[in-house]
Design a protein around this ligand. Structure first.
Ligand code: ZN
Length: 353
């Protein structure tokens, strides 16, 4: 039974049985109690007594009639009450069923639209996997969408800067190439946990992790040893970038259209064997890509992924050794400045819905 009907029943029509006639209950007590001691010779007294008794009989009869009418009215009111209650139950069930059906239809329509958008996103990403031309379009698209959403989000940025930071969210996932050994799931999870905890506590961002995907797409050599320099940047327009884009399209199909429009685009953390130059264990080219790369070795500290995601959200290096964005990522309890927090929250990856 629906909630509304249950409450109405409890509070209003649940008391149908309480509808009773409570009047005219003492008809038999209507008696003539006067002129009871008339002397035998007192004729007027006897006449008055007779009138009194007759009047009492008539009054009793009238009382019984009124009582019957009262009972009938109460019975009718009870019946009407039961009918109203039945109608209420039926109406509530109809409303509830209609609500469930409408919700299912809306959900199905939403899923269909989302799937169609994802298929379109997948096709676009496959096209963007074409070396050189796809790579150049990808770079331009990612920067243009970033700049557009930064312009749209300028007031949110200013609010963040002023300390007004309602909860936002950011999606991220991990893709592991089909090379063994490259990184254990435990070492990857350490990076994931540190990222989730850090952005939650520092920026009030809910980092939603979409899981570790083991891709079947084999990377070229430059996709396993990534140069974090100009060479690495331009490699991304060649087969290396094709690998990252195609593996993203196939591994992270759901909501892929968001990587095309930019808003709420999932950040993908690719696990690689090595990042050069030496002593570098992660890399990001800012808004150029929707992905960052990390080594995720057991010896890496936990905040490499969080640091690279910071770069993907436009953070530059910071001189403070305790800052997450120090070129040597802190090993514990990293910090961000007020401005850095506002810049991250302003990123196209970071959204309210
Ligand atoms: Zn860095």
């Amino acid at each position: 039974m629906g909630r509304v009907c249950r409450e109405v029943q409890d509070q209003v029509v649940g008391n149908c049985n309480n509808i009773q006639c409570t009047s005219f209950t003492n008809c038999n007590s209507i008696q003539c109690t006067s002129f009871t001691g008339c002397a035998w010779w007192n004729v007027p007294c006897h006449v008055a007594r007779g009138v009194c008794v007759a009047a009492a009989v008539i009054a009793r009869a009238a009382c019984w009639v009124a009582r019957a009418a009262c009972d009938t009215a109460a019975a009718l009111a009870r019946a009407a009450c039961w009918v109203a209650r039945a109608a209420c139950v039926v109406a509530a069930e109809v409303a509830r069923t209609a609500c469930i059906v409408a919700a299912a239809l809306a959900r199905a329509a939403c899923e269909v639209v989302n799937f169609v958008l994802d298929v379109i996103g997948f096709i676009v990403e496959v096209i963007l996997s074409i070396p050189i031309i796809g790579g150049i379009i990808r770079t331009i698209l990612n920067w243009v969408t970033e700049i557009i959403w930064r312009i749209v989000g300028i007031f949110d940025f200013l609010a963040s800067l002023a300390g007004i930071r309602p909860r936002k969210k950011m999606y991220f996932g991990v893709i592991v190439p089909p090379i063994t050994p490259i990184a254990s799931d435990a070492d990857i999870q350490r990076q994931v946990d540190a990222t989730v905890a850090f952005y939650d506590q520092t920026c009030n961002i809910n980092m939603i992790f979409t899981g570790i995907c083991h891709t079947d797409v084999s990377p070229p050599a430059a996709g396993l040893t990534v140069g974090c320099d100009a060479g690495g940047f331009f490699n991304d327009w060649l087969l290396t970038g094709s690998y990252f884009e195609f593996a993203s399209a196939t591994c992270k199909f759901t909501d892929s259209f968001r990587r095309i429009i930019g808003l709420g685009a999932e950040i993908i953390v690719f696990i690689v064997q090595n990042v050069t130059p030496a002593n570098t264990n992660g890399c990001s080219f800012g808004s150029t890509h929707n992905w960052v790369v990390i080594e995720a070795l057991p010896t890496d500290q936990a905040f490499v992924a969080a640091h690279e995601i910071g770069h993907a959200c436009w953070l530059l290096h910071d001189g403070d050794p305790a800052n997450l964005m120090n070129s040597t990522t802190p090993t514990a309890n990293p910090t961000l400045t007020n401005l850095q927090i506002a810049v991250v929250r302003w990123s196209k990856h970071c959204v309210y819905i």
